[in-house]
Design a protein around this ligand. Sequence first.
Ligand SMILES: [Zn+2]
Length: 297
Amino acid sequence: MTPSLTTITTTDPMANTVEGRLQQLQPLIDEDDDVTTTGSAPGDGISRTDSWTLLDVPPTWSCCMGARACPGKAYNPTPIEHVANTLSHGVGIFVSLFYFNAMLAASHRSLQFYIALVYGACTTLLFLMSTVYHYYEMLYRDAKLRPTLRYYLHITDRTAIYLFIAASYTPWLTLRHCGLLGLNAKWVTWAAALGGMAYQWSFHERFKRVELVIYIVVATSPALAIVTMNDWTGLDRMAMGGVIYLVGVVFFKLDGVVPFAHAIWHLHVLAAAALHSHTVLTTLLGPDANNPVPLVD
Ligand SMILES: [Zn+2]
């Protein structure tokens, strides 16, 4: 059967209230969605009229994969996909805690200890917030309960990604000797991450392209500092982790096409984060004749 196009236009009198805005956002907030919406943040008092086109495709539900989402709509995972999404990053909490503890124990100087503290805390927070969000999705999404909590959990999940990216670069740009470019890149990265977090809390889901640019700046700008680094040991494994992230992004886009696509994306994040953590632990912490830590304590 040839899919037919249906255009739906709504004018919601509740749109200029917090409750009305949350009702509008609820179907658009995915687990890590990239759904485009022209709406605005809750409570901004802006009346809106939505118009979107739905591709009327018959649902092909199974236990392992739901129907592919129509344009402008979020993918709705099956119950077992919700479980897989939650468990796949729930495991990450324990993995990150394992490396967190190992890094603190391996720290040789106070600077290494504080860097390990920032890295371990932000990595653990990433998996913790993702797990909490997906656990909430598993319990309440289908029942459409507690939309306000869901809205803020989604923002917090996104905020944790910015912290994770900035924290991932910090050990390399602090414990390796870098030139001015490397030293400045660290602070530019954190400033961009803070800007991204401020954006999330102010304009969540409002300007998707701006959000994408911020993510790209935060994730790529520190890599420029590599050229100023005195020792490239371990950077090959960091690059391998980056490739794993990129492969995972392919699955991130395949909800409704590949069963458990989002959980597979989660496993790529888990594998890359574990590889990065292991590399930081084994190459940056402890006594290192090639990279003597500056005397700051
Ligand atoms: Zn997720």
